[in-house]
Write a protein that binds this ligand. Structure first.
Ligand code: HEM
Length: 531
């Protein structure tokens, strides 16, 4: 059982109703429940009879209360709010770059739902773990939904989607023991040099954000903005928390985790209840569409930063979260975000990781939530839906999607069925040519930015990074340690040296600790069962 921790906001008060009037309990058929304490039995000791409809309904529904948790990012918290575009970017109208109304129309505050999350562990795992944090936003725009499914960190471990399932397996608990074993993680990383940059962030204090309100967000991938003429630029999105960024050292995180493993969810919920609404400013980086051979990395590579000094951050809008969900399961658990969910004026880049993700999200959601997951209030757009995609389990669209002529559930048709929309602007038609092949990108440059990030950390952050890496690697076999040290050297000489020395020292201090632990265990007594 979780340790009890003090909450500043009571959730037992009825916030929706000012009246003391009591509501009558019913079953799901609307029948009043007159006894919710006793099943029907022959005499009061039983046996029980099978026509107990209220009991059967209640227990059968309970048996199905949970849906499969997300395959990653299972632990999360969500909130509603709005996004407001500033209408300009770097002093120019944003319409120069994109015709997306969510950016060009400054008259509207676009409603949003945001879900924050950790990645690796299950739905009730501690929120203090060293892990990237998810930052997924659903914009209910006037042109339909746009999802920006990002993380707190600006880069990612890998650049090829084929590696994602292996990466997640390696990070998860061992399939035999169900215990997370960092040796498995570093085994994978030691063979995936592109991960070194992300590892440098994740093992520094940036790997444990203090909560969800004081962390950044990033779209990570390169996307495209498309203007009225169908011209595209490459764009990256970043969210900057107005109240500043706060991260935790491992020691601070351990202290919180000892008494509370919901601290980030609780912090977000309570801040919003108290009217202390979290805010982020959206910044964009924009560069010309193209391969940019002048860079020593590929601009589409999600393991790389676009440095601010090369590509300045321009303010583009504001995100405010001002309302908590009323039902965690319905709104947060069933929320379904996907990288394929774009609106006119926003487009994909050729980033392979992004393209791989785009299949994965809606695929898992059809399994996790159901074929008609897009009909749920949390997922459906505020814009009217007119589609011939009907049927499937739990199709209840009639409450929101009108069909002009429901007899014509096909298109094209000469009668009055649904008609194709007019293209809202000139189509962006990128030119693509080449041989189909299986190859890594040419400008991998796996260590350059990792070294630069190492040098740019504050001294205390660098100290923490070394301490955390040494502690994590000290349980790995020598071959993995050696490979990791060799790669840290390639990032930066000092980086490699410090991990190498740290590991040597930790081996001798571990031997001392073992002796200590053995003698303490000997002194401890056994207890006998008093019952
Ligand atoms: C969740 C796949 C990379 C951010 C998920 C889910 C899947 C998935 C299957 C569960 C979705 C659901 O059940 O609703 C992948 C694959 C990736 C990848 C295949 C790489 C090929 C990334 C990257 C980011 C990211 C690079 C950050 C930019 C997220 C977030 C969620 C998520 C924030 C949670 C969304 C929510 O709150 O519901 N991912 N992912 N993922 N992923 Fe990824």
């Amino acid at each position: 059982m979780e340790m009890n921790h003090k909450s500043e906001v009571s959730t037992l008060k009825n916030k929706n109703k000012q009246t003391n009037e009591k509501e009558t309990l019913t079953n799901q058929q609307g029948h009043p429940v007159t006894d919710n304490q006793n099943v029907r039995t022959v005499n009061n000791r039983g046996p029980m009879t099978l026509e107990n409809y209220d009991f059967l309904e209640k227990i059968s529904h309970f048996d199905r209360e949970k849906i499969p948790e997300r395959i990653v990012h299972a632990r999360g918290a969500g909130a509603y709010g709005y996004f407001q575009s500033y209408g300009t970017v770097n002093g120019e109208p944003v319409s120069k770059y994109t015709r997306a109304k969510v950016f060009t129309n400054t008259e509207v505050q676009t409603p949003v739902f945001v879900r924050f999350s950790t990645v690796v562990h299950g739905k009730h795992s501690p929120e203090t773990l060293r892990d990237p944090r998810g930052f997924a936003i659903k914009f209910y725009t006037e042109d339909g939904n746009w999802d920006l499914v990002g993380n707190n960190l600006k880069i990612f471990f890998i650049r090829d989607p084929l590696k994602f399932p292996d990466m997640i397996h390696a990070f998860r608990p061992d399939p035999v023991t169900n215990v997370q074993n960092l040796e498995r993680m570093f085994d994978f990383i030691s063979m995936s040099p592109e991960a070194l940059h992300m590892v440098t962030f994740v093992f520094s204090p940036w790997g444990i954000p203090a909560n969800y309100r004081h962390m950044q967000g990033s779209g990570v991938h390169t996307y495209k903005w498309v203007n009225d003429e169908g011209k595209a630029v490459l764009v990256k999105y970043h969210w900057e928390p107005v109240d500043g960024i706060k991260n935790l050292t491992q020691e601070e995180a351990n202290k919180i985790q000892a008494t509370n493993f919901n601290h980030a969810t609780q912090d977000l919920y309570e801040a919003i209840e108290k009217g202390n609404y979290p805010e982020w400013e959206l910044y964009v980086q924009i560069i010309e569409d193209g391969e940019h051979p002048e860079l020593d990395y590929d601009p589409l590579d999600p393991t790389k930063l676009w440095y601010k000094e090369d590509f300045p951050w321009h303010k583009a809008g504001k995100l405010v979260l001002n309302k908590n969900p009323e039902n965690f399961h319905a709104e947060v658990e069933q929320a379904a975000f996907g990288t394929g969910v774009l609106v006119d004026g926003l487009d994909f880049s050729d980033d392979k990781l992004l393209q791989g993700r785009t299949y994965s999200y809606s695929d898992t959601q059809r399994y996790r939530v159901g074929a008609n997951y897009l009909q749920l209030p949390i997922n459906r757009p505020t814009k009217k839906v007119s589609t011939n995609q009907t049927g499937g389990q739990m199709d209840f669209r009639q409450d929101y999607a009108e069909h002009k002529n429901p007899h014509v559930d096909y298109e094209p048709s000469l009668t009055d069925g649904l008609k194709e929309a007019k293209n809202p602007g000139v189509e962006h038609e990128p030119y693509v040519e080449g041989n189909l092949q299986r190859n890594a990108i040419s400008r991998e440059n796996n260590f350059g930015q990792a070294g630069e990030t190492y040098r740019r950390l504050n001294d205390w952050e660098r100290d923490e990074l070394i301490k955390n890496l040494v502690s994590a690697l000290s349980g790995c076999q020598k071959e993995i340690q050696d490979k990791m040290v060799e790669m840290f050297y390639q990032c930066d000489q000092d980086y490699g040296k410090r991990v190498e020395v740290g590991l040597k020292n930790s081996i001798s201090s571990q031997a001392d600790k073992m002796e200590d632990a053995v003698s303490k265990a000997d002194q401890m007594g056994h207890v006998s069962d008093p019952y």
